[in-house]
Design a protein around this ligand. Structure first.
Ligand code: ADP
Length: 400
C-alpha cells in the first residue's frame, strides 16, 4: 500500500493570495492566474515521494509465518500475542483451548481471572491455574517477551503430575492409618498388662496376649503387602521372561492351601500337557494365593472354590478362580483393584485382609501383559479371570 501525498494547503493559499494581489495591483488577471498555477505546480513537485509501506508489512507477515511454522508442531501448547490479540496458536494450543482463540483478544481467549493477572504483568511471569480447562485440570501459564510488541504464552498441563502427587499423599496417609490402628491396640493392651501386673488374672492375660499377637500379625501382613506392592511397581516395566507351567504352579498352591484348609475346599480343572506362560514364578504364585485367599474369605465356606486353567488353540492361557457366595455389587467392581478399597471394611479386617491383595494382583497382571476380568452375580458368586498372552515360541525353546 502507498501512502497519500500531504496537500500543501498553506502554499496554495499563499499562491492564490499573491495572484489576487497582483490582479488588484493591475497585473493582467490571466497572467496572475498563470503565475499562481506555476507556483502551486512547483509546490506539488517539491513534495517528498510518499513512503512505500508494503515491504515493512511483508517482513512482518514473513516473521509471523516463520514463527507459526516453528511452534506449530511442538507438543507444548503455545500462543503468540501481538499487543492484546492472539495471532498464533499452535496445534497443541488449538486442541487445548479451541481453534477460535486465533485472532481473539487474549483476555477472552484465556478467560480465567488468574490468566488476566498474567496478562497484566509488565515483565511477563507465570501463574498456576486450577480448573483452567475444566474439572480438576491444573495448568501453568508462562508469559515471555519476544520483542517490543510480541509475547509468547506457554501452557503446561500439570494435571497428571498433580494426580500422581495426590495419589502418593493419599497412599501414605492410608498406609499410616492402617498401621496406626493395630499399633494403638497393641500399645493399649501391653500398657494394661504392664500397669496391672499380677492383678490381671490369668484368663484376661491370655486374652490380651492373643489380641496383641493378632494385631501384630495384622501389622506384619500389611508391611509384607506394602513391600510386595512396592516391588511389583518397581519392576512393572521389566517384562518377565521365565517359562512357567501355570497349571503345575496352581496345582502346587492349591495342594499347600488345601493341606491347611481341607482339600474338599477346592475343585480344580487343569488341561493335559503343559500350560506355559512367560512369567515371574514368585509373583505368579502371589497372584494365585491372593485370589484363592479372597475366594476362601468371601465365598460361602460350604461351597468349594474352583481353580481352572485352560489353554486355547493359540496357546494363550487363562486362569479362572470362582467362588460361590454373596457376590459383589456391580458399582464396586471397577474400584476393587484400588489400594485399600474394600466393599465391607469390617469384614475384610476381621478376616485379616489388608485391602492391598487385588492392587498387587492388578500390578502383577499388568507386568505380565495379561488381562484381569471380574464377573460377579449377587447371590451366586464371583469369578476372577486372568488371561495371559501366548508366549513367543522362540523364548520357550530357549533360543532367545
Ligand atoms: P482384602 O485384604 O480386603 O481382601 P483385596 O484387595 O484382596 O483386599 O480385596 C479388596 C476387596 O474386594 C475386599 O475387601 C472385598 O470387599 C472385595 N473382594 C475381593 N475378592 C472378593 C470375592 N472373591 N468375593 C467378594 N468380594 C471380594
Amino acid at each position: 500500500m502507498i501512502a497519500e501525498r500531504a496537500i500543501p494547503w498553506v502554499g496554495i493559499a499563499l499562491a492564490l493570495a499573491s495572484s489576487l494581489g497582483l490582479a488588484i495591483a493591475g497585473v493582467d488577471l490571466w497572467l496572475a492566474l498563470i503565475l499562481a498555477m506555476f507556483w502551486i505546480g512547483s509546490l506539488w513537485l517539491a513534495l517528498p515521494e510518499p513512503e512505500v509501506e508494503a515491504p515493512r508489512i511483508n517482513a512482518e507477515q514473513a516473521s509471523r509465518d516463520a514463527m507459526r511454522e516453528t511452534i506449530e508442531s511442538l507438543g507444548q501448547p503455545m500462543l503468540v500475542l501481538e499487543g492484546a490479540r492472539v495471532t498464533i496458536a499452535n496445534a497443541a494450543a488449538r486442541a487445548a483451548l479451541g481453534a477460535h482463540v486465533v485472532d481473539q483478544d487474549a483476555r477472552i481467549a484465556l478467560r480465567h481471572p488468574d490468566a488476566m493477572r498474567l496478562l497484566e504483568m509488565d515483565d511477563g511471569g507465570s501463574v498456576t491455574i486450577t480448573g483452567f480447562t475444566g474439572g480438576r485440570s491444573l495448568w501453568q501459564l508462562t508469559r515471555r517477551k519476544i520483542d517490543t510488541r510480541r509475547w509468547l504464552i506457554e501452557l503446561t498441563d500439570r494435571t497428571s503430575e498433580a494426580d500422581v502427587s495426590r495419589a502418593h499423599t493419599d497412599f501414605v496417609a492410608n498406609s499410616s492409618h492402617e498401621l496406626r490402628t493395630p499399633l494403638a491396640a497393641i500399645i493399649g493392651y501391653v500398657e494394661t498388662l504392664a500397669e496391672g501386673g499380677p492383678s490381671v488374672d490369668e484368663a484376661a492375660r491370655t486374652r490380651f496376649y492373643e489380641v496383641v499377637l493378632r494385631e501384630a500379625r495384622r501389622m506384619q501382613s500389611l508391611v509384607e503387602d506394602l513391600m510386595s506392592l512396592s516391588h511389583v511397581e518397581a519392576e512393572k516395566h521389566d517384562r518377565p521372561s521365565e517359562p512357567v507351567d501355570i497349571a503345575k504352579l496352581a496345582a502346587r498352591v492349591v495342594g499347600e492351601i488345601g493341606s491347611i484348609q481341607g482339600r474338599d475346599r477346592f475343585a480344580t480343572e487343569f488341561p493335559e500337557g503343559e500350560s506355559m506362560v512367560l512369567a515371574d514364578a514368585g509373583q505368579l504364585e502371589q497372584l494365585l494365593r491372593n485370589l484363592i485367599d479372597n475366594a476362601l474369605k468371601y465365598g460361602d465356606p460350604d461351597e468349594p472354590v474352583s481353580v481352572q486353567v485352560t489353554r486355547s488353540a493359540s496357546s494363550s492361557v487363562t486362569l479362572a478362580i470362582t467362588d460361590r457366595g454373596p457376590g459383589i455389587e456391580p458399582q464396586h467392581i471397577p474400584h476393587l483393584t484400588r489400594r485399600f478399597y474394600r466393599t465391607d471394611p469390617g469384614r475384610s479386617r476381621a478376616a485379616g485382609g489388608t485391602g492391598l491383595g487385588l492392587a498387587i494382583v492388578k500390578h502383577i497382571v499388568e507386568r505380565h501383559r495379561a488381562q484381569l476380568d471380574i464377573v460377579s452375580k449377587l447371590g451366586e458368586g464371583t469369578t476372577f479371570t486372568v488371561s495371559f498372552p501366548p508366549p513367543p515360541q522362540v523364548s520357550l525353546n530357549g533360543l532367545s
